[in-house]
Design a protein around this ligand. Structure first.
Ligand SMILES: C[S@@+](CC[C@H](N)C(=O)[O-])C[C@H]1O[C@@H](n2cnc3c(N)ncnc32)[C@H](O)[C@@H]1O
Length: 384
């Protein structure tokens, strides 16, 4: 009798653990299905991520943010269509706006409007904090960033595989046969757009740079090397009137810089000669180059600086090494910018350690790296 009870208990135990196992398997199966479904959808999203930048560019080139801004409030699709610089099919425009509303570029709602003695419901759109930064004329608008020559800048991305083999590869040069800046010199429209992109980034970055007052203390003269059309040099001259500022860039670039009595302009090639000063400002320059070319530029910098107290003030991106980037809203953009530098110039974004090593090898023994408020870049001060 006793043996039978034990046997029955064992049977019960075995069947309940079988049931548990089946439940577990079913659960795992469901979780596996859900995971598979999620990654499947994620890959679809990644495949079409190019649509984000392309639709954004389309909206800005059609002045949609400007038109909605001027309307001041939710604007119906038909009203928006009537203000566009080109005729558009209402259905196609609605689909574009639907995509951009999904990206939170515009806010979608519906409005009741009169229609031939009756009423109808219409789609309407208004600006969001994102599209407010795409209104022309606003001081910190990012229109140049969104619209810059995609036709040319996208081409090297199609050649990314060929860029992986050699650490010195420059996809842009491989495809177009000339260095990027030589190409930009020939293509006047691209040149103007690039200068606007630089000026746009500089307007975002300089207030945060100027907050580091001690970096500029004791500096009597400063040259902004590769300073483009002088936006940064003018901001420094305005914040620190005692500093004699000069913008130095290719002759055709400095010629197009607006005249400013507080900022001198000198044209030249930084690989050949850099005008002497107490401090040299290099914003968004060294990331265009590999280490060997950076060393050549830094050698010219050293020659231009006084042996005692001379310094370079670098504004460039600093990568976070192994950091997972949690809470860093610029992480994705920095990683993409690193690849952009690789493809357009054979350049790179550097980690803190790589910056310190590069600068130390070039003879700049003291190096400080500081964050810049509201900017993708960091501030690097390196003294001789
Ligand atoms: C990425 S842009 C940065 C412009 C500016 N510093 C800024 O951040 O707004 C690089 C600048 O370096 C200039 N540049 C490139 N090669 C140069 C060279 N060999 N000599 C002088 N300037 C050069 C380009 O014309 C361009 O204006």
């Amino acid at each position: 009798m006793r043996t039978n009870t034990i046997y029955a208990e064992q049977l019960l135990l075995a069947s309940s653990s079988m049931e548990e196992n089946m439940e577990k398997k079913e659960r795992q199966g469901k979780e596996g299905d859900e995971l598979l479904q999620a990654v499947h959808a994620q890959l679809w999203t990644q495949v079409f991520s190019f649509a984000n930048s392309q639709t954004l560019r389309c909206a800005v080139e059609l002045h949609i943010p400007d038109i909605i801004h001027a309307h001041a409030g939710p604007m119906t699709l038909s009203h928006l269509a009537s203000k566009l610089p080109l005729p558009s099919s209402p259905d196609r425009l609605r689909r574009l706006m639907c995509f951009l509303s999904h990206l939170n570029i515009f806010k979608h709602s519906t409005m009741i409007t009169p229609s031939g003695g009756d009423e109808r419901e219409e789609d309407a759109y208004e600006l969001t904090p994102l599209s407010r930064l795409l209104v022309r004329g606003e001081e910190k608008n990012m229109v140049p960033m969104v619209t810059v020559g995609f036709n040319v800048l996208m081409v090297p991305w199609h050649h990314i595989i060929g860029s992986l083999e050699k650490s010195s590869d420059n996809a842009f040069k491989r495809v177009f046969g000339v260095e990027f800046y030589q190409y930009a010199e020939q293509d006047a429209e691209l040149g103007v757009r690039l200068n606007e992109v630089m000026a746009c980034d500089t307007r975002w970055t300089m207030p945060g740079v100027i907050e580091w007052k001690e970096v500029f203390e004791g500096v009597g003269s400063l040259v902004d090397v590769g300073g483009g059309t002088g936006t940064a040099a003018r901001a420094i001259a305005e914040a620190f009137p005692a500093i004699k500022c000069t913008v130095f860039d290719h002759p055709h670039v400095v010629e197009s810089a607006p005249e400013c009595e507080d900022v001198a302009r000198i044209g030249g090639d930084m690989f050949e000669f850099i005008p002497p000063a107490d401090a040299l400002f290099l914003k968004w320059i060294l990331h265009n180059y590999g280490d060997e070319e950076c060393r050549k530029i830094l050698k010219r910098c050293k020659e231009a600086l006084p042996e005692k107290g001379g310094k370079v003030i670098i504004v460039d991106t600093v990568m976070d090494g192994d950091d997972d980037g949690a809470g860093d809203e610029f992480k994705d953009a920095r990683l993409a910018l690193d690849l952009e530098m690789m493809l357009l110039f054979g350049g790179k974004e550097r980690t803190e350690e790589e910056w310190r090593r590069l600068l130390q090898h070039a003879g700049f023994s003291k190096c400080r790296i500081m964050p810049i408020k509201s900017s993708i870049h960091s501030l690097i001060e390196a003294s001789l």
